[in-house]
Design a protein around this ligand. Structure first.
Ligand code: AMP
Ligand code: DBH
Length: 584
């Protein structure tokens, strides 16, 4: 008998069923039964779980190096067997502290080997990691902890001149569900925090996560978001591991792969496209870069004979530049993946010669759909498109964004991208209201991206319809930053827009309307105000301008489009002025 995982839910019906395990049932929109059956029948969903993924790596490659990196206790190099032993030991210690299957745990770690230890410990326990980025600060961590009712936060002491442990302890004091702060590494710990090492116990042979339901949610990933606060993305074992295995195959991973994690480990790109988990699937080695700069990463590529690395476009540009004067041996690097934001064709063309590596463009999203250019694609496709989907069952619709009925545009024309498929979520976590906007009635995710499809079937990203700024691959929801500015007592209104930037692709500009008859706040003071509210540095507006009024739309809403147009016009005219100065 097959396991009845999605009960009798009809296609398109969004009501959750009781079949998603544990307390998550009301919080998650499951795949409708007919789709789940189809994805199983097609062989995409195999019933594999995260603990089983590691089991297989240990069985097949136990003595091979799984992870290389520098953690709080120095340089580390662990085999698959060692990684698993650590993860089991930590799982046992967390269980002893009362962390139970289904519990949510915020993982707030930089690129240290303990990241993998922690993530697999939580999988072994059946607890759900909530993936925060190292750049996040107190206000974001607090929101994740509150929204997911997390029971613990796992972090480091000081990193990047910031005391993560102290910030985590503050969140724990403010959020009643958070009972534990676990710190990888030693040093002075805040009250209530314990070290990760002190938790390790002799594990039992079987841990609760070892028989997890493969259709249940395994973790919560973050969305860059378009609304006031980032949304949490529930991913199941079945759907995510399908995307990982298929990505590993598309990218030709093997046990000889040495993958450099240059971007944050918790980023969906680094984790799964094919990323750290693809490497575990293939039995290869992951090298965790403590920082993404060319000096750090080129040294690691040389020392570890790295074959594959993944970066965002501004980083690719910096590496291309640095390569011309670097004496490092980069000859092992066979492929550089570029994704997270649009890679300009000029940059794409320079990569192979500058780095001696093939380029792969990757257009993905934590919600699901991932597109790759393929190894046998012609050069112009690799340079000028963002590739094609992983799965034959990724459904793509390109629709007229102005049409309330969302009718498809003719092939080749630009439209808004909607998608549905075997590893794309059907809804955000605990977000009924946002789900009504972000998903169609028949379960397509509205990506917010503007794309066109080439004759050959490749996707070209041309822009977006969502209120989000892509600052070199780091996504910023305009509304979230506006809300921080609005908290300032001298501000009556604020609007954030993206402005073109040569290096980052886009940076942020804030328009602020001050309270009348008071001294207008200074731009730098407003930037500091936002930073001191405890948000990731990349969200602090790059520039701030105090104005009397915004343009408004017909219905009286602030028109970000009009603000962008005004800003673009000003940039063009000032460039024209500069051009006149240099070429009279
Ligand atoms: P998130 O939903 O926060 O995971 O961010 C995913 C978004 O990043 C996509 O919807 C795109 O807007 C953007 N993105 C990712 N990769 C690319 C790429 N290669 N080219 C253009 N945009 C990209
Ligand atoms: O930007 C992204 O979110 C992203 C980019 C490349 C992603 O989630 C992915 C690959 O899986």
């Amino acid at each position: 008998m097959t396991r009845s995982v999605h009960g009798s839910t009809a296609i398109g019906e969004l009501a959750p069923t009781s079949t998603v395990s544990g307390s998550l049932a009301e919080d998650v929109v499951p795949y409708p039964a007919a789709f789940a059956e189809r994805y199983r029948a097609a062989g995409y969903w195999t019933g594999q779980t995260f603990p089983a993924l590691l089991d297989r790596a240990v069985a097949d490659h136990g003595d091979r190096t799984a992870v290389v990196g520098t953690g709080p206790s120095g340089a580390q190099r662990w085999t698959y067997a060692e990684l698993d032993a650590r993860a089991r030991g930590l799982a046992a210690g967390l269980a002893e502290r009362g962390v139970a299957p289904g519990d949510r745990v915020v993982v707030w770690l930089p690129n240290v080997p303990e990241y993998l230890e922690t993530v697999f410990a939580l999988f072994r326990l059946g607890a759900l990691p909530v993936f925060a980025l190292p750049a996040h600060r107190g206000s974001e961590i607090r929101y994740f902890a509150e929204h997911a009712e997390a029971v613990a936060i796992v972090t480091v002491a000081r990193h990047d001149r910031f005391d993560h442990a102290a910030a985590a302890a503050e969140v724990a004091a403010a959020v009643p569900s958070v009972r534990h702060v676990v710190v990888a590494g030693g040093g002075e710990l805040p009250d209530r925090a314990v070290t990760l090492a002190s938790l390790r116990r002799t594990p039992p042979d079987v841990l609760p996560g070892d028989d997890a339901d493969p259709s249940s949610v395994a973790f919560l990933q973050l969305s860059g978001g378009t609304t006031g606060l980032p949304k949490l993305i529930p991913r199941t074992h079945d759907d995510y591991l399908y995307s990982v295995r298929a990505s590993a195959e598309i990218c030709g991973l093997s046990r000889d792969t040495v993958y450099l994690a240059a971007l944050p480990a918790a980023h969906n790109f680094t984790m799964s496209s094919p990323g750290l988990l693809g490497v575990v699937h293939a039995g290869g080695t992951s090298v965790l870069a403590p920082a993404p700069d060319a000096d750090t990463c080129f040294a690691l590529i040389e020392a570890e004979r790295v074959t594959l690395a993944a970066v965002v476009p501004p980083l690719a540009a910096a590496w291309v530049q640095a390569a011309s004067s670097s004496t490092r041996d980069l000859s092992s690097l066979a492929m550089l993946q570029v994704g997270g934001a649009k890679c300009a064709a000029e940059l794409a063309r320079r990569i192979p010669a500058a780095l001696g590596a093939r380029l792969q463009q990757v257009f993905g999203m934590a919600e699901g759909l991932v597109n790759y250019t393929r190894d046998d694609d012609p050069d112009d496709v690799v340079e000028e498109t963002q590739g094609s989907p992983i799965s034959p069952d990724d459904e793509i619709r390109v629709v007229d964004p102005a049409d309330p009925d969302e009718r498809e545009v003719p092939r080749g024309e630009v439209g808004a991208l909607l998608t549905r498929g075997p590893y794309t979520i059907r809804g955000y976590y605990r977000a009924a209201e946002q789900n009504a906007e972000a998903f169609t009635a028949d379960g397509f995710y509205r990506t917010g991206d503007l794309v066109r499809i080439t004759e050959r079937g490749d996707i070209v990203v041309t822009g977006r319809v969502k209120e989000q700024i892509n600052r070199g691959g780091e996504k910023i929801a305009a509304e979230e930053v506006e809300n921080h500015l609005l908290a300032h007592p001298d501000v009556v209104d604020a609007a954030i827009v993206g402005v073109p930037d040569e290096f980052l692709g886009e940076c942020t500009h804030a328009y602020v309307i001050p309270v009348p008859d008071r001294d207008a706040p200074r731009p730098n003071a407003l930037r500091r105000f936002v930073r001191e509210r405890g948000v990731a540095a990349y969200k602090v507006p790059d520039t701030v301008e105090v104005v009397d009024a915004f343009p408004v739309t017909g219905v009286g809403k602030t028109s970000r489009r009009a603000l962008r147009t005004a800003l673009a016009a000003r940039a063009t005219s000032s460039q024209a002025e500069q051009a006149e100065e240099t070429h009279p």
